[in-house]
Design a protein around this ligand. Structure first.
Ligand SMILES: Cc1cc2nc3c(=O)[nH]c(=O)nc-3n(C[C@H](O)[C@H](O)[C@H](O)COP(=O)(O)OP(=O)(O)OC[C@H]3O[C@@H](n4cnc5c(N)ncnc54)[C@H](O)[C@@H]3O)c2cc1C
Length: 374
């Protein structure tokens, strides 16, 4: 059924759009503002539901333009599954596969992740999680000593996560934008909340990332910009096929390219690169290797951006204020947009199409004490 809908839509945007207007359960026309990963995934969700939409973007810097695209269901700090790990993984696989077949590009890359243990206590905790069949044990394995690429140094051992990898966010966003553009469903237009509900639309879904900061603050909702940087290197020697994580990570991409990231700063709110970050990232990535593998002269790209984070690291989804029921927020994707994005976009659209549907309490705007509904 889904495939049939997509094919029909592809065949004739105009027809499909008019057809949907007549038949869709909502008969709504939605404006999505922001054309980064959030706006893109919300648009795909609407397309699948057969709802008419237009995407606006103003060309301001986007976190999605620089994201490394990594996904990993495990939080390494305390060795726990990330929030709703399995559900997010399942939704993400399905959504990105649908985008791949529709856009005709490869987006999803399965790349196992090797976690280098920092000390013996961490190794013991890892083993304990497996022995006690903790929920995280569904995602983690203990590696036998030396069962990793010869360049790697892991004196306290290492663990492996197989259900990890990366999604090519830049290709997804760029190709999707072209796709909407061809169908007159994208416009280079700036919007903010004082512009109100533009004529011809029934709702605005706000996917502006840090661009929504000041508007959301009016309702006591915080989007905290978290500055991050990532490097791409062209490396002459073999580095193995796994992402190596010793807090900093080095991820092989293709053709000898390696991506190294990321930095996290709360004290610097510009999406600009800092020269000092290169040494910080390279030194840390080299610490996980027997020899100094990575060097400045191999750097082919150094990118920076602002992650839109929320105070409790969960996304912000749903209607914000009774006075503007047409305004729906989809923000706060922080460091894990790739993994949590598809399911979060689905929740967002459910809240647009069904006013009686309750957004899960853990992502609802009114969970914050600072929230004010007027
Ligand atoms: C260095 C770095 C590395 C990262 N690596 C990863 C990773 O490996 N894995 C992962 O899951 N996540 C990663 N992230 C996080 C990821 O980038 C975000 O979770 C995600 O991209 C957020 O998407 P978004 O669409 O909400 O925001 P953005 O991508 O910032 O998009 C916001 C959009 O809104 C537009 N906009 C802003 N204001 C307006 C306006 N007034 N009118 C119209 N349009 C407007 C902007 O132009 C932009 O297109 C990384 C981030 C950074 C900075």
């Amino acid at each position: 059924m889904r495939l049939l809908l997509l094919k029909r839509w592809d065949a004739s945007w105009g027809f499909w759009s008019r057809y949907n207007r007549l038949r869709s359960m909502s008969d709504k026309r939605i404006l999505i503002v922001g054309d980064g990963l959030a706006g893109t995934l919300v648009a795909w969700e609407l397309l699948e539901q057969g709802v008419d939409f237009v995407v606006w973007g103003d060309g301001s810097p986007a976190a999605s333009d620089v994201a490394a695209g990594m996904f990993n269901p495990v939080s390494f700090r305390r060795i726990l599954p990330v929030w709703h790990a399995q559900e997010h993984l399942d939704s993400a696989r399905t959504r990105y596969a649908a985008c791949e077949s529709h856009l005709g590009v490869k987006l999803w890359h399965d790349v196992a992740l090797l976690r280098i243990f920092p000390d013996a206590a961490y190794a013991a905790q890892w083993d304990e999680r497996i022995a006690e069949q903790h929920p995280v044990s569904a995602f983690i394995e203990r590696c036998d000593d030396g069962n990793w690429h010869e360049s790697i140094s892991a004196p306290y051992g290492a663990g492996r996560i197989r259900e990890a990898g990366w999604v090519d966010v830049q290709t997804l966003v760029k190709k999707s934008r072209e796709f909407w553009q061809q169908r007159q469903a994208w416009s280079p237009t700036r919007w903010n909340i004082d512009d109100g509900l533009p004529e011809g639309f029934d709702a605005v879904v706000d996917c502006r990332g840090v661009g929504a900061k000041s508007d959301l603050l009016r309702y006591g909702l915080e989007v905290r910009p978290n500055q991050g940087e990532v490097l791409t290197l062209q490396v002459p020697s073999a580095v193995g096929v796994e992402t190596v994580n010793n807090v900093t990570w080095a991820m092989p991409i293709a053709g000898g390219q390696v991506r190294i990231g990321s930095t996290y700063r709360w004290d610097f709110m510009e999406p600009t690169v800092l020269d000092a970050s290169q040494s910080v990232l390279l030194d840390k990535a080299n610490a996980a290797r027997e020899n100094k593998l990575f060097s400045r002269d191999q750097i082919t790209e150094h990118r920076a951006g602002l992650r839109p984070a929320s105070p409790d690291r969960r996304p912000l989804v749903g209607r914000v204020a009774d006075a503007i029921p047409w305004y729906i927020v989809c923000n706060g994707w922080g460091t894990r947009g790739v993994l949590i994005g598809p399911r979060t976009a689905a929740w967002t659209i459910q809240s647009v199409l069904d006013a009686s549907w309750e957004v899960p309490a853990e992502v609802r705007p009114n969970r914050f004490r600072t929230f004010t509904n007027n």
